[in-house]
Design a protein around this ligand. Structure first.
Ligand SMILES: C[S@@+](CC[C@H](N)C(=O)[O-])C[C@H]1O[C@@H](n2cnc3c(N)ncnc32)[C@H](O)[C@@H]1O
Length: 281
């Protein structure tokens, strides 16, 4: 039987591989369509941590971003913004990036709240002169809990994320959602949004994968406005497939009663990119 430590390390490797895979598909599509045209690949990591899951020695999401960028990004400049509220984590991340001059010089490290960080990131894109409708990249949200903004400001602001998603429709969104915390928060009538509504309010298509870390169940969700192939080898399936519906049902089952639904009508209409097959031929 696996010890908890081993279980945690497998689950973390799994999570980082799925995050890497979600970013890799976006980078390949962007490289295929926009290489050499002066575009950047924008990336915002709202909960970047220190660059390493230190207890188990597994690379963290910023390092995964750079590994994937070196492997998959062609003809676009990476423009990653890494944010964390923990100053010490940001300091340790800077030290890790210092080993790689390109990563260090191109990464923007933000110490502070990820809602403010998202504003900084969005303003940087607006100032870049690139067309908002066409800018490409990804936003990763990987809090310890479910994504919501509690009165202590623990999660990202969902309203801000929605506004961001409508303004920049080609920037993918990757969420790591903790099912157990969602259940606890919903049971206490916290201001949580049902996952189905949350995902629908952000993107048209989602790939979902599940993971267990100790007793906590997580769902990793990769959202875009164009449909791409599932990554079955990594356990990422379309949300409208049978397996995908089973993963969504995890949230329903964890509640044991119908979820309290809130109206979260998008403030603007979803801008849907022109139709076409965006998978790499
Ligand atoms: C699960 S860890 C992130 C791990 C990282 N993404 C990785 O893959 O290695 C969650 C991080 O969120 C940070 N965090 C919590 N609340 C935050 C907030 N309001 N703004 C920014 N970061 C926050 C924590 O300091 C912690 O480093």
């Amino acid at each position: 039987m696996k010890s908890n430590g081993q279980g945690q390390s497998f689950a973390t490797i799994d999570k980082e591989r799925r995050i890497g895979s979600g970013i890799a598909v976006g980078m390949r599509i962007a490289s295929y369509r926009f290489a050499g045209r002066g575009f950047r690949y924008w990336h915002y990591d709202a909960n970047c941590g220190s660059g390493e899951n230190e207890k188990i020695g597994v690379a963290g999401s910023p390092i995964v971003f750079w590994q994937v960028a070196y492997d998959c990004l062609r003809g676009l400049d990476p423009a990653p913004y890494f944010c964390d509220i923990d100053e010490n984590a940001i300091r340790r991340l800077q030290q890790r990036l210092n080993n790689d001059p390109e990563a260090s010089s191109r990464s923007v490290l933000l110490h502070g709240d990820n809602s403010d960080g998202l504003d900084t990131f969005a303003n940087a894109i607006r100032r870049s002169g690139e067309n908002r409708k066409y800018v490409v990249g990804s936003v990763l949200v990987d809090p310890n809990g479910y994504i919501y903004r509690n009165r202590h400001g623990g999660g990202v602001s969902i309203e801000k994320l929605q506004e961001f998603a409508y303004e920049f429709p080609r920037i993918d969104i990757i969420l790591n959602l903790n099912v157990r915390i969602y259940k606890l928060q919903a049971a206490h009538n916290h201001n949580v949004i049902h996952p189905q509504q949350l995902l629908r309010s952000l993107k048209l298509h989602w790939l979902l994968g599940r993971a267990y870390v100790g007793q906590a169940r997580f769902v990793l969700a990769v959202g875009r406005n164009v449909k791409t192939k599932p990554h079955e080898a990594l356990g990422l399936v379309h949300w409208d497939s049978l397996d995908g519906q089973e993963i969504m049902a995890l949230f329903e089952k964890s509640l044991g009663r119908p979820p309290r639904r809130r109206s979260i009508a998008p403030r603007q209409k979803l801008i849907i990119p022109e139709e076409g097959n965006y998978d790499i031929p």
